[in-house]
Design a protein around this ligand. Structure first.
Ligand code: ZN
Length: 291
C-alpha cells in the first residue's frame, strides 16, 4: 500500500516534470543551456534592435547613456552587453520592461546593481507572484513602477511607457519613442497570433481595445515583442487578426464546441501545437471569457 502510494507520487511527479518540459518547447520560450546567437540592427537614428532568443530588445543611445526596452533571459545578458558595446561606449542607465515574462524581464537581476528597471505595477506583481508557469529561476522585479504612464528624459530624448489596458497580460507596457515615432509593443504584438496569458491577467476581449488606443499614437515604425520590425499598418493587421480569432472562437464556443474541439480548431487554423503555451495558457481561459 505504502509502496503503491509512493509509486503513484513518483508517477505524478514524472508527469508534472514531463508537462513542464513540454511547456518549454515553444518558440517564444525555448530554453537551451547555451544562449543562441543574437543580432543587432539599426532601426532609426540612435535606435537599435537586438533579436534572437527571447523578446526583441530596443537600444536607444542618448548623450547621457543608453535606455533599453526589455532584457531577454538572464543567460543573454553578456551577449546583449557586447552588442550594445558594438554601437556605443556609454552605459545602460534605464531598462523599461514590457511585461513580467522571463523572455522579456529575465535579465533584470543583472542590471539592477547599475541601472534602474521600470515596469507597470502589475508586471512587478506578476514576478513577485510567480504567475508564469515556466518562469526562469531568480526573476527580479522592477525597482520603479507606474500605473498608466511614465517618461524618462535622458540626453534630450524622451522615452514614454504607456499602460493602455489588458491584453497579453494585465500589466503590458507599450514603449513609445516620440522623437522617432517608434513604438515597442511588447507581446501585445508578437509572432503570428496572440498568446493570452490568463493566469497573468490577459484578455482577448480587452486586447483589441488596448491596441486601438495604441494606434492613436503618431507611429511610423513598430518593434513587436517577437518578430520583424514593421509599421502602423502591420500593427493594425495584427489587431485585426486578434479580432478575427476572437470572433471565430466565440462562434465555436456558442455553437457548443468542447474545449478539446476548440483546441483542435486552434491547431488547424492558427498552428497552435498541442502542449504549446498557447494551448496551455490561452484555450481554457478563452472557454470562460468568450462563452
Ligand atoms: Zn510574453
Amino acid at each position: 500500500m505504502f509502496t503503491t502510494k509512493l509509486l503513484t507520487r513518483a508517477a505524478a511527479a514524472a508527469l508534472f516534470l514531463g508537462l513542464s518540459w513540454f511547456a518549454f518547447q515553444t518558440p517564444a520560450f525555448t530554453q537551451t543551456p547555451a544562449a543562441p546567437e543574437l543580432t543587432i540592427s539599426k532601426v532609426a537614428e540612435d535606435l537599435y534592435e537586438i533579436e534572437g532568443d527571447g523578446g526583441n530588445v530596443a537600444v536607444l543611445i542618448t548623450s547621457e547613456g543608453v535606455i533599453l526596452v526589455d532584457d531577454k533571459y538572464e543567460r543573454d545578458h553578456d551577449q546583449i552587453a557586447a552588442k550594445i558595446r558594438s554601437v556605443t561606449t556609454l552605459p545602460v542607465k534605464y531598462i523599461f520592461t514590457t511585461h513580467y515574462h522571463s523572455d522579456h524581464s529575465g535579465g533584470n537581476a543583472k542590471y539592477l546593481p547599475t541601472a534602474d528597471v521600470i515596469s507597470t505595477v502589475n508586471a512587478r506583481n506578476g514576478i513577485l507572484g510567480h504567475k508564469q508557469s515556466n518562469e526562469q529561476p531568480g526573476m527580479a522585479p522592477a525597482r520603479l513602477v507606474f500605473n498608466k504612464e511614465m517618461s524618462v528624459f535622458l540626453g534630450g530624448k524622451e522615452v514614454r511607457a504607456l499602460h493602455l489596458g489588458r491584453g497579453h497580460t494585465d500589466g503590458d507596457a507599450l514603449i513609445y519613442f516620440p522623437g522617432l515615432k517608434t513604438l515597442h509593443t511588447g507581446d501585445l504584438m508578437a509572432n503570428t497570433s496572440p498568446l493570452i496569458d490568463y493566469n497573468g491577467g490577459g484578455s482577448v476581449v480587452e486586447w483589441t481595445k488596448t491596441l486601438d488606443e495604441a494606434l492613436k499614437l503618431d507611429i511610423d515604425r513598430v518593434i513587436p515583442g517577437h518578430g520583424k520590425v514593421t509599421d502602423k499598418m502591420g500593427l493594425l493587421a495584427y489587431r485585426n487578426t486578434v479580432e478575427t480569432l476572437r470572433n471565430q472562437v466565440t462562434a465555436q464556443i456558442r455553437a457548443g464546441k468542447t474545449q478539446l474541439q476548440i483546441a483542435q480548431f486552434m491547431t488547424d487554423q492558427y498552428k497552435w501545437a498541442p502542449e504549446s503555451l498557447n494551448q496551455l495558457w490561452s484555450v481554457p481561459g478563452m472557454m470562460k471569457e468568450l462563452k
